[in-house]
Design a protein around this ligand. Structure first.
Ligand code: MTE
Ligand code: MOS
Length: 746
């Protein structure tokens, strides 16, 4: 059971179209539909709002503004920073000004366009560069240092400084944001929400209405993807639906149209990276300093922990002896950026890998050799194995894992073959790269690392399970079901999963940081184990040869408790947010990817020819699910770094707000030769069946594609020009780096 490639628990429902998502739920009589009116200015004071035309539109029942919010006008995780509806200050182009409630979705949308606003425009800061120059921060800058970096840089035989950039990313979950609020008796509210964080939605709704948490329940059976975009940013639609339901006494559904979703909700943070690195003749880094500035948007949202994680991942798999990091959290008049698979980690990896690549190019070495030279040392000694935040790397498998992938991917031969190809082709150039990933597992907010679960065994022997984690396609429910079935010695068919609901399991954490199974799987295991132990004791007295159903039936009659709750809190972790020192992670997940690409130097067009991934999931709970996570993560990461580009107009309006202009990878962008393999080895920490988290780490394998593109650009125009290739490496960006396209990126 553990380690079996069982299909996703909703697989048959997914493929037959009978898995209900939020907008598929049967609608209650009297249901109203909501749509937002959006601001058409990036920054300014809202002087007046004219909603008369919208109110008069056929089918419209009400138009709500900030004045209708009874208590807290906040839909975000931090303080009062994220208004459900603008009260007076417009902070970005597309911000929600009013909520139109109508008998149909179409009427609500059409009427929302009739709301007109008088806004006194203020100057707007839109980019990282503008905000950095103006010292405009959403949160104070953070510094982390180890050693005397200035001295190390001065004493280094070689020194290189540079600037690079990595773009943001739209989540593009297939199911947009949505919530459906149902008024309940005696000042109660039930909210179906497509959210990774039902408990936060519960508290936001209660806070908005001035209620206590026990008056609100929030439920989520599944999301059509979240990818971090529904960790905090499901707050606005959840609050809007609840506000509408409270105001009208009718059920209210708010589900965002794709364009509105892209305009209204935050994305991955784009980063400006400045570095200064000193190194020896062999490419060993002796000292490095970074300034990492990210576009946070108008409010903090999750930008604090996202940027912290970027800082925690600036080492990737490398020991940085003398290091100085300055992390700038820029406030801009753009949508508030948020969690996205990897949560700042990918941007940290991008920065250090860019440095490694630049060092290798300067010395004329193979970047893989420079990578290997800088790895953390063996875990036994005390040398070169402590991170810049003071955590020991106790299971440094990166060197061995990279060695194995180097061999199985045939990296050295293929590099030679590629050289021959490039020598004999004038316009087509190929490149290859092999990049490692080391990713810390646990929420850096230590208190979040807790979970609860409930296991019910009914008198007929069937089992019902619920826990605090949410299902977004990643297979959490499938894994928890397996864990419980295994513990009780049953077929999975005997175990059914209940939707996640704050009235069943309270005080849940977001399903995020890849720790859904680590936390909820362990809580469910504890609950199942307690029942199993009681039944074992009973069986020892009553006859050990009873089958499960008979045993349960007998135990019920003997008044044995057949249900149990479980609770888990991650051990060992601690860290001081002020100094950023400690052990924020229980363990690291590792992996590596070797990608080969081809570019057309006349057009900048490119494709991935082959990718080999070796990934560490500890002892896999379900190799089929894990493989899906690895493949999907890789492709999503490759999309982030190659095709997905966000454009804002000079007025701050997001131009790429639909799939027509924002290009996510299609099936045809997946390399036809994609080889995924698992690293064999248990987690050294006592996680659930010694497995490792898998949700986010594979996204960073996309880096291999970006650095392979860079390698191809080097082959075409040399190392210096290749330094100008920023991410995303779209065809235009590739052509620009090749010198074949003038003009700069917006
Ligand atoms: N996989 C699918 N199919 N859909 C998703 O939305 N989200 C990712 C990852 N894999 C996601 C996914 C993100 S951002 C995280 S943090 C983890 O899944 C969350 O689930 P887990 O903790 O259970 O791995
Ligand atoms: Mo994932 S970005 O931690 O939801």
């Amino acid at each position: 059971m553990i380690g079996a490639s069982l299909p996703h628990e909703s697989g048959p429902l997914h493929v037959t179209g009978s898995a209900p998502y939020l907008d598929d739920l049967p609608e209650w009589k009297g249901t109203l539909h909501g749509a937002f009116a959006l601001a058409q200015t990036a920054h300014g004071r809202l002087k007046s709002l004219d909603v008369d035309a919208a109110r008069a539109f056929p089918g419209v029942v009400a138009v709500l503004t900030a004045a209708d919010i009874p208590v807290r006008n906040n839909a975000g995780p931090a303080a009062e920073d994220d208004p459900v509806l603008v009260r007076d200050l417009v902070s970005f182009h597309g911000q929600a000004l009013a909520l139109v409630l109508a008998e149909s979705f179409e009427a609500a949308r059409k009427a929302a366009r009739l709301v007109s606003a008088e806004i006194e425009a203020f100057p707007a800061l839109l980019t990282v560069d503008e905000a950095k120059a103006a010292e405009s921060w959403v949160l104070p800058p953070v510094q982390v240092r180890r050693g005397d970096t200035a001295a190390a840089l001065a004493a280094s035989p070689h020194r290189l400084s540079g600037t690079t950039r990595v773009g943001g990313q739209e989540h593009f979950y297939l199911e947009g944001q949505g919530a459906y609020a149902l008024p309940r008796e005696d000042r109660g509210m039930h909210v179906h929400s497509s959210t990774q964080h039902p408990t936060e939605m519960q508290h936001l709704v209660a806070g908005m209405l001035g209620w206590e948490a026990h008056q609100v329940s929030v439920e989520c059976r599944r999301m059509g993807g979240g990818f971090g975009g529904k960790e905090s940013q499901s707050g606005q639609v959840s609050c809007a639906a609840a506000l509408g339901a409270w105001k009208t006494g009718r059920p209210v559904k708010v589900r965002l149209d794709r364009d509105d979703d892209m305009l209204l909700t935050g994305k991955r943070h784009d980063f400006l990276v400045e570095y200064d690195v000193g190194f020896d003749d062999g490419g060993l880094i002796l000292g490095v300093s970074f300034v990492m500035a990210s576009r946070c948007g108008f409010s903090p949202d999750l930008s604090g922990p996202v940027n912290d994680r970027a800082v925690f991942h600036l080492d990737n798999a490398y020991y940085l002896d003398a290091v100085a990091i300055r992390s700038l959290r820029c406030r801009t008049n753009t949508v508030s950026n948020t969690a996205f698979r990897g949560f700042g980690g990918p941007q940290g990896l991008f920065a250090i890998e860019s440095v490694i690549d630049a060092v290798a190019r300067r010395l004329g070495l193979d970047p893989l050799d420079v990578r290997k030279m800088n790895f953390y040392g063996p875990s036994d000694g005390s040398h070169r194995n402590t991170t810049h935040y003071g955590m020991r790397v106790e299971d440094n498998i990166a060197p061995a894992l990279v060695d194995r992938l180097e061999a199985t991917s045939d990296y050295r031969h293929r590099r030679q073959a590629l050289q021959a190809f490039n020598d004999s082709h004038r316009f087509l150039k190929r490149g290859i790269a092999l990049t490692p990933v080391k990713f810390g597992i646990s929420f850096t907010a230590t208190f979040y690392n807790q979970a609860g679960a409930m296991v019910h065994v009914y008198a007929d022997g069937s089992v019902l399970v619920t826990h605090g984690g949410t299902e977004m396609g990643q297979g959490l429910y499938t894994k928890v079901r397996q864990i419980v079935a295994h513990e009780l010695g049953l077929e999975v068919e005997r175990v059914r999963m209940l939707p996640t609901d704050t009235s069943r399991i309270p005080n849940t954490s977001a399903t995020a940081a890849s720790s859904g199974t680590d936390l909820n799987g362990m809580a469910a295991l504890q609950a199942a184990r307690a029942i199993k132990e009681r039944l074992d004791t009973f069986a020892a007295a009553e006859g050990p040869n009873l089958g499960w159903d008979d045993l349960v039936a007998k135990a019920y009659r003997a008044r044995i408790k057949l249900w149990e709750s479980g609770f888990y809190a991650t051990p060992k972790i601690h860290y001081d947010p002020k100094t950023m020192q400690g052990r924020p992670f229980l363990y690291f997940a590792y992996g590596a990817c070797c990608a080969e690409v081809e570019i057309d130097t006349l057009t900048g067009e490119n494709r991935i020819l082959r990718a080999d991934i070796l990934h560490d999931v500890g002892r896999s709970l379900n190799p089929a699910i894990d493989r899906g996570q690895i493949e999907g993560g890789f492709l999503q990461g490759a999309g982030w770094l190659t095709t997905e580009e966000l454009w804002w107009t000079p007025e701050g309006r997001l131009w790429t707000h639909a799939p027509s202009t924002y290009k996510i990878p299609a099936a045809s962008d997946c390399p036809s030769d994609l080889r995924v393999d698992f690293w064999e080895g248990d987690n050294i920490e006592e996680t659930v069946h010694r497995s490792k988290a898998v949700g986010e780490p594979p996204l960073m394998h996309g880096l291999a594609v970006y650095f392979a593109l860079k390698d191809a650009v080097v082959a075409a125009v040399g190392a210096e020009a290749a330094l100008n290739l920023v991410a995303p490496a779209t065809p235009e960006a590739v052509l620009r780096a090749l010198g074949g396209l003038s003009g700069t990126q917006p």
